[in-house]
Design a protein around this ligand. Sequence first.
Ligand code: B3K
Ligand code: ZN
Length: 872
Amino acid sequence: PSAIFLKDYKVPPFLIDKTELTFDLDEATTIVTSRLHMRRNPTFGKSTAPLVLDGGEDVRLIGVAMDDYSLPPEEYRISEGKLIITATADKFVLTCETLLEPQNNTRLEGLYRSSSMFCTQCEAEGFRHITYYLDRPDVMSVFTTTIIADESRYPVLLSNGNEVERRKTDDGKTLVVWHDPFPKPAYLFALVAGDLAVKNDVFTTQSKREVKLQIFTETHNIDKVDYAMEALKRSMRWDEEAYGREYDLDIFMIVAVDDFNMGAMENKGLNIFNSSCLLASPETTTDDSYLRVEAIVAHEYFHNWSGNRVTCRDWFQLSLKEGFTVFRDQTFSADMHSETVKRVEDVSFLKTAQFAEDAGPMAHPVRPASFIEISNFYTLTVYEKGAEIVRMIHTLLGKEKFRAGSDLYFNRHDGQAVTCDDFVAAMQDASGVDLTQFKRWYSQAGTPIVTVTDTFDAETGTYRLTMKQDTPATPGQPTKLPLHIPIRVGLLDELGSALSATVDNVNSEDHVLHLISNEQVFEFTGLKARPVPSLLRGFSAPVKLRYDYTPANLLLLMSADSDGFNRWSAAQQLAVNELNTLIKQAIDGETLSVNSQLAHGFKALLSDVSLDPAMVALVLALPSQAYLSELANPIYPAAIKQARQYLKAQLANTLAEDFERVYREHSILGEYQATAEDIAHRSLKNTALSYWVETKDETAHRIVLEQFQSANNMTDQFSALSIAVNSQHEKAAELLAAFYEQWKDEPLVVNKWLMLTASQEHDAALTTVKGLMEHPAFDLKNPNKVRSVLGGFGQSMSGFHKEDGSGYRFLADQIILLNKRNPQIASRLCTPLTRWKKLQPELSVKMKTELERILSEELSKDVYEVVSKSLA
Ligand code: B3K
Ligand code: ZN
């Protein structure tokens, strides 16, 4: 497999003005007829180049005609899946007939079957598995789609746009025609056919147009879509208010399918969702999942403008739509709930997973320069770091100018396929802010390290911060240039009160400093005593910030900083410092002991009733094993696990009474509601219980059982179960069994059970996971189940990182098994193995051996790219 490069981009040699598709759907074979109204692209320049259409090995060509002249075999050929036609006119209609077997499509790209329905997934390059096409996002076309199927099994027949015709055919089948007036790339095409239930609603847009809203699911799930429907309406209103973006078609549809490679897909007017990201009910869905449903419904809806009306010129520009849309959905969720809570959750995820990606062999810029398989680039870097870039632009421009920039971007490029440069140019043109140096964020990979030192001159009342930036080398980028990094800073006095100071003639309690060189000094004047700095407020840039805080400084920030995000951040830093001490002791085989300052901070927090319980819960959550692994070099998995368990038990014993009290205070009676307020109480209550139970107090243990049995919602029941499992409660195995028995007919709940079972920390973890693969609830064809079991297993320190390497061998076996069947899923499963260079030496070699074993197989492009780059 070979790489393709951004620098080789050329406009398409042909355009497709209109695309007419006919699907004759059938269980055994589906026939697709396409009529493509094509012409040579005038901007390509003069050319007699042959017409090369993308296709796939799984597409069987039955016939091809040009302007109704049926081409004889000598006038076309198929090579490596592509259809090549030598002689073409300047303008013509190309007709292709292809035969597909959707029931045998296990890759879940193109047209496939999920349960009893037909559905599609075309991003990024799935459309070529349906018919021969110019499958690239800068070829935008107006689609008309005819679907023919048996009415009794497929009463619901959907595609993009508006339904314009429905009738019976001569042989008694149903024929439906859909027309989408908005030109779009093929990756936004969708088709669904099945016997589905529907929930209807309407939305009146700001210009008073009525939009019909429909959510389709299999009949037994239709009672779980109310929350998604409300979330959709909130998203539609929010996009009008926050961005001035109104919906454009007369109908907006969402369909839930069980077998889906990722979360959801923004097909024009017909979003398709993994059912795990759409369905919700109090009994079966946890609070986290409720918030996820809301965020993903919003994300896919927002793509209608940021992605569909204005799309990407090529796949290197993926972050143009993804980074911007993630930023939009993050802001939406912040507006619906709590801004600080949302920010902490997003940053915590970024620092754990995206920073790890940046430090590994697959590190790439937000706008990659090359790829072998684009599916591998739907990454945390493109999505989450991409969103951080947009957020930094927001910080640099301010709210009003950012909105002006976004208005200009949408107006200037409506109906076009554009680049990240076009996005930045619109922001710059509308604001007058120079973003030339800032643009390096798109092309430079790696997480910058910003090191801060300070001095105070008591005589002049001047406080100086010296900041240095340095980005470590990443594959293919040995040297790095300085970035434009916005750093929000405030100063506190020794009691925690905010101090005003003057920087560059501006007096304020809060400053945005522009770090643009490798090293810079910032002067704050007008101070009486040495302040405590609150650095990188709100996480104003995706960097690793280093400053030598004393424990006392951190306790002060944790209790008094006016920036809620930095209060959390200080607590995390304090916890990380203590955990690192313990990890070192564990590695050196010493007895663990720490004089925990964190306990003082927690004590204050637990008795302050003025605080948002959701924030308290977040501060109490110790840094995860995954985050501690990201920080460590090398990683000693067993030491990390031991240190974290030790500190948790330590804090629990010191603060047992506080945890018990808080547990009781935040227990809510009454009906379940997925409101920010109730979610906050449940979250604090369950966090408190997770500590309290560590004291081995009998009452706490009994309460876990009681909560498991009597909970009226999944959040409380599943929390009780997780707490039992994680604290090695004597009844843990019994509860796991009871839980499965209770929920075995609810696949989404079973997925949670699979995940919890697979990620357990105990000596028999690997045996457990092997057992799960044979369990009736498991299904290798279903990506959600694979992710639950194998993804869950990859997080377990005891199972995955077994000393003899058998955990690695097991995962490698599964990757090899899935490689051909579903390359996208197989490739994602490789992630934990890509960290081999960072592991302790004994484990590192064992992981490497497994990567080499995978590489010796005949591999899909997806797996080949990740494994070969990891070993490079
Ligand atoms: N755009 C899709 C992702 C498609 C992934 C293809 N491998 C979902 C989203 O980001 O909204
Ligand atoms: Zn997206």
